[in-house]
Design a protein around this ligand. Structure first.
Ligand SMILES: [Zn+2]
Length: 329
């Protein structure tokens, strides 16, 4: 695909790292984890009665993903295999429900939800969830990270493997695929569509080109009217209803705010590590200047020190619950 940059010019995508981990490449999951740890901890923070429980939930999700990869079970056959973030949030939610249901009730919204049966919303969404399920992994991951998670373009490019400059164009295509998927289900299941099919604007709407006519300007049956409205307001539906349909528990803005704070702290931690590494490198260069050529060989290479400092920054995270380092054990 032209918009997918060369493997040698970009970081490996999530799916590529999962594949690498599955084939035994040590450290692949450790490289993947910094992309998601802030989100996992933020989502976990909305499921616990005490911040002290967050590390255990996050660590559980990481270990469970590790097990799935080892069992070659995380790369095919599950509902959202292509989207690592969704898999991790589902793991956190499942574990939190399990521990929350067996523990004493707490006056948090999550625990109230768990103790009232952890019920999924059953309102008919007219097959929009099904339309999303039928998409390919890149479409799903792009839509989820852009419209639900509101991640940065740089982060989305890294996670999906789509080049930064192609993210917007590829997202437009993903929207079009979702609309087409929605229309196909409607035409196949509802029996109607006869009044929607000949509408000139539907093609433009489905393919994201031109200005579609307002629903008020059309003569549509009730079913087709609902479908047309969904197609017109696709982004609102994705952000507002899709998460709760998939995860059951969705704290919305609370999760997004917590994630933004943790990402800021992670960025600051990386910058501090980078400054320290540079300071260390300057110190080494001064030492080298003072020493003979023989002593120069005793110092580790700058890239090694820098790489170590950056990997520590990426592999550790201080999110207000104590600094910790996660690994696959
Ligand atoms: Zn109709």
């Amino acid at each position: 695909m032209p918009e997918i940059a060369s493997r040698h010019r970009r970081a490996s995508s999530d799916v590529e790292l999962l594949e690498a981990a599955r084939t035994g490449e040590a450290g692949s999951l450790h490289r993947l984890w910094p992309r998601h740890v802030a989100a996992v901890e933020s989502y976990a923070s909305t499921c616990v009665s005490s911040p002290a429980e967050i590390p255990e939930l996050a660590s559980f999700a990481y270990r469970a993903l590790h097990r799935r990869v080892e069992e070659a079970d995380g790369l095919g056959g599950r509902r959202h295999d292509g989207c690592v973030r969704l898999q991790l949030l589902q793991l956190v939610r499942a574990r939190a429900v399990q521990t929350g249901a067996s523990g004493p009730p707490h006056p948090t919204l999550f625990h109230l939800w768990v103790h009232s049966g952890a019920v999924w919303p059953m309102r008919d969404d007219w097959q929009l969830s099904e339309a999303f399920d039928r998409l390919g992994p890149v479409d799903k991951t792009l839509l989820w990270h852009c419209l639900v998670e509101r991640d940065s373009v740089a982060d989305i490019a890294e996670i999906t493997g789509v080049a930064v400059e192609a993210v917007t164009r590829r997202l437009r295509l993903a929207r079009s695929h979702l609309r087409q998927s929605r229309m196909r289900i409607h035409l196949a299941h509802r029996g109607c569509g006869d009044c929607l099919r000949p509408v000139g604007g539907v093609g433009a709407l489905v393919h994201g080109t031109g200005t579609p006519p307002s629903v008020h300007d059309l003569t549509l049956c009730q079913d087709c009217q609902k479908v047309y409205g969904d197609l017109l307001h696709l982004d609102d539906w994705l952000a507002g209803q899709l998460p709760v349909r998939i995860l059951g528990w969705w704290p919305g803005d609370e999760y997004l705010r917590a994630k933004a704070v943790l990402r800021q702290k992670a960025t600051a931690a990386s910058a501090t590590a980078l400054r320290r590494a540079r300071g260390s490198a300057r110190h080494v260069r001064k030492e080298r200047g003072r020493r003979s050529g023989r002593a120069r060989h005793a110092a580790p290479p700058m890239s090694g020190r820098m790489g170590w400092a950056l990997s520590v920054a990426a592999g550790t995270f201080s999110g207000g619950t104590g600094k910790r380092r996660l690994n696959g054990s």
